[in-house]
Design a protein. Structure first.
Length: 277
């Protein structure tokens, strides 16, 4: 029996928390499995619909939303995310939760004429915004658009050199399933990268960050997008997302090797990396 505080005890407790929180809980009254939607518990089958409503509502203001949530720093994070991805000319890349296409555009620059980027999103409105924006920029060749569910990807095994998901994993109902699917569609030696809001590390900064998230952000959402509720959900969804070490454990469980993460801006967000070995 491992002693309290030992490495085995820590790993077991971490795995227990991952399973308890992220595979859903059971509603004692109805017997129905539930999951979180922000700080609310909702039936598992209802979350996709609710998340879809949020992103349909904010699709046209999505970049503004990210500017408000990150004070504009998300643009720097995304460039660093792609710049350190290791993607090269000729690669085939899948960008999940591709939204308005900003990550796909950066990837497209790097894969060149001989490579390709598939922009995937579960939300038709978001996918349409991304397609229109990239087309208006003259980016057509080497780009594909697929409406899909990250938990059940419509691609054969070993289809991609790189799979990315930026600010999307926290909105997936069954995150473990999405990670397994990312692993499945990667070629051997391929890499998965997750850019996501995470747990702020300096204790002194957390009250400041919470004030911005729960007091300032919904008011800005009301002012600029006439939608305080969606912005409130997005702030809550960050707090319900697995913190850094737990997400790394989930990636390892999904089959990835050499899993690691790098905090950006004191842990406001983090880049997680794993390889299919």
């Amino acid at each position: 029996m491992p002693k309290p505080g030992s490495e085995s005890s820590f790993q077991n407790s971490t795995l227990t928390r991952v399973l308890a929180v992220y595979t859903g809980c059971m509603d004692e009254k109805s017997g129905e499995q539930t999951t979180h939607f922000g700080f609310r518990d909702v039936p598992v089958g209802e979350k996709k619909k609710l998340v879809g409503q949020v992103f349909s509502s904010v699709a046209r203001q999505y970049d503004l939303m990210n500017d408000l949530m990150s004070l504009g720093i998300h643009r720097v994070w995304k460039r660093y995310f792609v710049g350190t991805s290791g993607v090269k000319r000729g690669d085939r890349v899948l960008d999940l939760a591709g939204g308005t296409g900003d990550i796909a555009a950066l990837l497209h620059e790097r894969v060149g004429d001989t490579g390709s980027v598939v922009l995937g999103d579960i939300n038709a409105q978001m996918l349409g915004v991304g397609r229109d924006r990239l087309t208006n920029r003259g980016l057509v060749r080497g780009l594909e658009y697929v409406q899909l569910n990250a938990e059940a990807l419509p691609f054969p095994d070993a289809s991609f050199d790189l799979v990315t998901i930026a600010f999307g994993l926290r909105n997936v109902t069954e995150k473990a399933n999405a990670l397994k699917e990312m692993h499945r569609v990667l070629k051997v030696g391929g890499r998965a990268l997750v850019l996501e809001f995470s747990q702020v590390k300096p204790e002194w900064f957390r009250p400041v960050y919470d004030f911005h998230s729960f007091q300032v952000l919904p008011r800005l959402g009301k002012l600029f997008a006439n939608d305080a509720d969606s912005y409130q959900y997005l702030a809550e969804s960050i707090r319900k997302h697995p913190p850094q070490d737990e997400l790394r454990a989930m990636m390892e469980t999904a089959g990835f090797g050499r899993c690691d993460y790098r905090n950006l801006s004191a842990g406001i967000c983090a880049i997680h990396s794993g390889y299919k070995l």
